[in-house]
Design a protein around this ligand. Sequence first.
Ligand code: NZQ
Ligand code: ZN
Length: 386
Amino acid sequence: MLNFDFHNPTHIVFGKDRIADLAELVPATAKVLILVGGESAEKTGTLGEVRQALGARTHSTFSGIEPNPSFETTMKAVEQVRAEGFDFLLAVGGGSVIDAAKFIAAAVPFEGDTWDILLKGGRNIDKALPFGTVLTLPATGSEMNNGSVITRRDIGAKLAFRSRHLFPVFSVLDPTKTYTLPVKQLANGVVDAFVHTVEQYLTYPVNAPVQDRFAEGLLQTLVEIGPRLLVSPEPVYDDRANLMWTATLALNGLIGAGVPQDWATHMIGHELTALHNIDHARTLAIVLPALLNERRAQKRDKLLQYGERIWGITTGTDDERITAAIDHTRDFFERMGIPTRLNAYGLGREAIDVVIRQLDAHGMTKLSEHGDLTIDVSRRILEAAL
Ligand code: NZQ
Ligand code: ZN
């Protein structure tokens, strides 16, 4: 096992009817800016519940944070916080709203050009406003980690940053808040959580059996409940609860502690979202099967373990077993209604050059657990994903 630090201070408040707990979770004297996306939080009644729980606290609402939140929109919120003196942020939504909250929290007290936060990956953040979250879409794990991804639309750049100052103080996880999600977002959530787990598990063995089995437990849970979520005529509480907690655990630092991590699928996927506005999880479903095939030598031992423990593949040569494991992965995404080829989005060979240029421009030239996934390898992966 590799050396590691693990510190996760986020207080998780999980279960039905927990939004009322905001009355105790948010400091009594806080001046709160509630952050929401489009219309969902208002329409579903969640925003009303939040406002009620805040009681007599001074609060206001900033709405319009778009999926794949933009630098431009978040900077408007930064100006409002600075001008009106809010001292606590409350994100109500999915990964996009929570990621936006993290950027706003870091940018408000930041001296200098806030775009530098993205350019430096957050290494230049030395303080942030406190913030909490009410999660409405289980997928990204942003509710219990210190990372965020912000897009600058004018230059087509989607960049990630992180800081130890950016863990939410608390996150309210009420599985019933997922009942209003369209099937497409549920499927996205399953696939995003699946790929987060794979990025931290499917690398090379370092004799870390607890992390392996924890990751395998998350993957098996997603394989079990994922397809069921798509067909249930009515939401089943336990399935929603298990999806929510699985997605949180997939990216709260626990399964990645002490093991190598890849993240190349995400870095290539971010470029596809920035250029073509494809949902985050959908980009991962395009890249991962092609990447696993390209990297079958580097990931050989773990691919065999994954094939056996997740998909029950125990016969055939090593190569046949690896091929079967990758086929099962692709088939799982497709069964979740998520295409695994670029051509499903009308993208052909001509799209690849631009993605490659952007990867190069963003310094994504030595990706993966080995740091040897070069631009040429990314090109081969994208060609295999056509
Ligand atoms: O905008 P509204 O009207 O709220 O609608 C949203 C949005 O259109 C809707 N929605 C959310 N909760 C709902 C709901 N609709 C009905 N009922 C509800 N309860 O769902 C749509 C998508 O929401 P979004 O927040 O964009 O989705 P997701 O949670 O998948 O977040 C994606 C963003 O997170 C980033 C992605 O790159 C992307 O920008 N990620 C963040 C990570 C992190 N911070 O650790 C890791 C991930 O790998 C990912 O990169
Ligand atoms: Zn993701």
